[in-house]
Design a protein around this ligand. Structure first.
Ligand code: AMP
Ligand code: MG
Length: 484
């Protein structure tokens, strides 16, 4: 058996999923295989790249041991509850145990219609598949919990969006594809038995320590709250904007999932929104922590019947668990900013220095990533003050700030900042250029080069220094689309 599947989610009762083989495509072409990830999963990369393997990655064949399913979930989309969403364009092939014994999902995104497709075609276009591939792999290289991209095939069939676009399928790997919306699906149906089965599955799979707690389901809720708090801090520290933080796009395992109109900040402005469908700015960069808490509150509501038999008691437990979010988030954020500044982070003065620098960046519209990298190089002795001063438009307010920062950072490790402040992030204009080259000229060289640079975000890569640069005014991408 080329892939040693063991499909625990498919063994859950029928109302959790719909058995759905992928729909074949005319002319599969493997554009990229993530060999390192294949190795990590214990998969045979040569087999995956063989005609037989490509058939599986394109949905033209079902591998032995695979139980292809579309999973059921609900979700709040932009604040409105939709009782049934589910995998409308994704099919879970099954699970494998990776080299470290961790259970991982292997899913095809764009593999055809399912019971949950509603009006959609179940397909994905080249651009969104490339964007997800690039950004999810960049997030992994940045050390942020995320779903991964194992492979990307072109289908040989066009998908109809505003115009016909090349169809593509992404093979996505995740700790699991269970979402806050999966719990909401059963809560909305008052199916407490399913809620319990789901919670037991999640505890066994993601939070085994909760099983030993006095109240395992409360411990599960607390663990998800902690995981989501830590995740959103990591997003903020690299300038990531998810773009569609609906509860169906919130992973129970605490991974970044469902890359749609996501993008990274160039200029620092907490109100930044890229997603074309986020007209109200609900999912703006700076709103993300509040939205995570909002989503976690929906999770807490969904699992109330598991927390206690009396509703009042359950609500009290849920509220106490949610109350831990704020302090955990703030402590992790403050510590993260202190690390970005090369400070010990053990005093209010450090927190103040962080807030002040962010204020300067915002006032000057300075590039978030580059400013921190310039400061890191200054601290490491790789550069002087000039690049940072230039990035901040030679703001005279920087003088006083630098003097105080020097005082507080004097004793800290010289190159530590270089390991937390990336030089390379998947900048929007680079992603769009890679997509355009592929779409218009079947040229995947810019995509490959971008992936290679982003795989080493903290290294100095002098030959690719221009990948550090923010967009020129004419290159700036202001809007991103989910492309569904
Ligand atoms: P997402 O944009 O990934 O958060 O998707 C929201 C919902 O729409 C999910 O239930 C998806 O499965 C569904 N969906 C998105 N695109 C398509 C499509 N092309 N065909 C069918 N369903 C889709
Ligand atoms: Mg989604």
């Amino acid at each position: 058996m080329p892939i040693a599947f063991d499909n625990s989610y498919a063994r859950l009762p029928e109302r959790f999923h719909a058995l759905t083989p992928p729909t074949p495509v005319p002319e599969p072409r493997l554009v990229r295989l993530n060999g390192a990830l294949a190795d990590e999963l214990g998969l045979d990369r040569d087999w995956l790249a063989s005609p037989e393997g490509i058939s599986v990655l394109a949905g033209n064949a079902v591998a032995p041991g695979s139980t292809p399913i579309a999973t059921a979930y609900a979700g709040h989309q932009f604040g409105n509850f939709v009782p049934q969403l589910g995998d409308g364009r994704a099919i879970l092939l099954g699970e494998v145990l990776d080299r470290s014994g961790v259970r991982r999902d292997i899913q095809l995104k764009g593999a055809g219609r399912t019971r949950f497709s509603r009006g959609g075609d179940g397909r994905a276009a080249l651009g969104p598949v490339m964007r997800e591939y690039i950004v999810s792999e960049a997030m992994a290289a940045l050390g942020i919990k995320t779903t991964r991209a194992l492979a990307f095939v072109l289908t040989g069939a066009a998908v109809m969006r505003d115009a016909p676009l090349p169809g593509a399928i992404l093979t996505r790997v995740a700790a699991s594809h269970i979402r806050i919306g999966t719990f909401q699906f059963f809560a909305a149906r008052q199916d407490v038995e399913a809620l319990r089965l789901l919670a037991d599955h999640v505890i066994a799979r993601h939070y085994p320590q909760a099983a030993a707690a006095a109240k395992p389901y409360l411990a599960l809720l607390e663990a998800v709250i902690a995981a989501q708090a830590d995740l959103v801090v990591r997003w903020l520290l690299v300038g990531f904007i998810h773009g569609v933080m609906n509860t169906d796009n919130a992973s129970i395992a605490g991974e970044t999932i469902d890359y749609g109109p996501c993008a990274f900040l160039d200029a620092y402005d907490p109100e930044t929104v890229f997603s074309a469908i986020d007209a109200g700015g609900r999912y703006a960069y700076g709103n993300q922590p509040g939205i995570v808490l909002w989503n976690l509150t929906r999770l807490a509501e969904a699992v109330l019947p598991l927390l206690a038999t009396e509703t009042d008691a359950a609500v009290a437990l849920a509220q106490a668990a949610l109350g831990a979010f704020g302090p955990r988030y703030q402590a992790a954020y403050d510590a993260g900013i202190a690390r970005k500044l090369g400070l010990a982070g053990d005093s209010e003065a450090d927190t103040g220095l962080g807030a002040e620098l962010l204020g300067l960046l915002a006032a000057r519209g300075a590039d978030f990533t580059l400013s921190f990298r310039h400061l890191s190089r200054l601290h490491a002795g790789l550069a002087g003050e000039e690049p940072l001063r230039a990035a901040l438009g030679h703001d005279p307010a920087l003088d006083g700030w630098l003097a105080r920062w020097r005082e507080r950072s004097a004793g800290t490790t010289r190159d530590a900042m270089l390991t937390v402040n990336p030089a390379f992030i998947p900048r929007n204009h680079r992603i769009e250029a890679a997509i355009a080259a592929a779409q218009e000229h079947d040229d995947f060289a810019p995509f490959e080069e971008l992936l290679a640079v982003l795989a080493r975000p903290f290294d100095e890569q002098a030959a690719f220094a221009d990948y550090e640069d923010p967009p020129q005014p004419h290159e700036r991408v202001r809007r991103t689309f989910c492309g569904t």
